[in-house]
Design a protein around this ligand. Structure first.
Ligand code: MLT
Length: 312
């Protein structure tokens, strides 16, 4: 039996070799398709592999009569209609481990860039402005990093921040006092984290409970001059509240890799010099993309052959 696998987003070439090497898999990759084109293509495929660009809607799922599994090369499955997939008996599998390091490293890069105004100083210098006064930064050493969500990425960020000799306080509903002790960090409520931190970084998934967890009231509890990073999911921070908090000088800087609506153009936050931003690049490294593509390809092969995987 030959299984047909469709890849609709750019995935690492190296990463999809488990699929390409399998004798019983026929792999087709076509990216940048319109919704209509994707609907047409998917009618006779057994598996669909996506990153975050393809929106796997109910309509798409309803029309894909042969589809058995959707593989998401990455962690977040918020671009997939899970309810519809479950209704139609389609398995959804993600790759939760492969991009942890890259996301943590991107977060650290954001924190350091915010502390030292690197993107702003770089932009000024390239416009022939040698301005040393405007870009005086702050040290990270001895400052408190507040982490909201201490899962895989949050824990890696904590370890790296300790390497920068920062103090770490974290909120996570599953973090026990004993685990916090073992990690050499403090655990606290969201309010404890917001009140204690000089830098804050969010690492939760986007759920009903975490949507706008950093909102107007949260900003009011923070220290003046706090710096905040979101490399997790747009919507964790209320963007209007962040805008106000920057204008009111409560927040000295924000590093954003993710937005409530993506892709983002002409956003009011991007007009503020205190904001540095990247277009959802947290997992965009050669290593992470290879890792997640390998993980999800292996899982798709296993599932199509009738096996069981951990990440489904
Ligand atoms: C993820 O969910 O894995 C990340 O946001 C990375 C991505 O989608 O590119």
């Amino acid at each position: 039996m030959t299984y047909r696998v469709f890849i609709s987003d750019p995935l690492s070439e190296d990463g999809i070799y488990p699929l390409q090497e399998a004798d019983d898999m026929e792999v087709v990759q076509e990216t940048d398709l319109t919704n209509e084109q994707l609907h047409e293509r998917l009618t006779d495929y057994d598996a669909l592999l996506v990153r975050s660009q393809t929106k796997v809607t109910r309509e798409l799922i309803e029309n894909a009569h042969r589809l058995k599994v959707i593989g998401r090369a990455g962690v977040g499955v918020d671009n997939i209609d899970l309810e519809a997939a479950t209704e139609y008996g389609i398995m959804v599998v993600n790759a939760p481990d492969g991009n942890t390091n890259s996301a943590a490293e991107h977060t650290m890069a954001m924190l350091a860039s915010l502390a030292r105004n690197i993107p702003q100083a770089d932009a000024a210098l390239k416009q022939n402005r040698w301005d040393r006064k405007a870009y005086v930064g702050v040290e990270m050493k001895g400052k408190t990093l507040g982490i909201v969500g201490l899962g895989r990425v949050g824990a890696e960020v904590a370890a790296r921040a300790q390497g920068q000799r920062m103090n770490v306080i974290a909120y996570d509903p599953f973090l026990t006092a004993e685990q916090a002790d073992n990690l050499g960090i403090r655990s606290g409520s969201v309010a404890d984290v917001l009140q204690a931190a000089d830098f804050i970084t969010a690492h939760t998934p986007l759920l009903n409970e975490t949507k706008h967890i950093i909102n107007k009231e949260a900003f009011e509890q923070m220290k003046d001059g706090v710096r905040i990073v979101n490399c997790a999911r747009g919507g964790i921070i209320d963007e209007d509240a962040l805008y106000e908090a920057i204008i009111n000088q409560k927040v000295a800087g924000a590093g954003l890799d993710v937005f409530e609506e993506e892709p983002v153009y002409d956003h009011k936050l991007l007009e503020l010099p205190e904001v540095i931003a990247t277009p959802h690049l947290g997992a965009s490294t050669v290593e992470a993309q290879r890792n997640v593509a390998i993980d999800v390809s292996n899982d798709v092969v296993t599932i199509l052959r009738g096996g069981v995987t951990q990440n489904a």
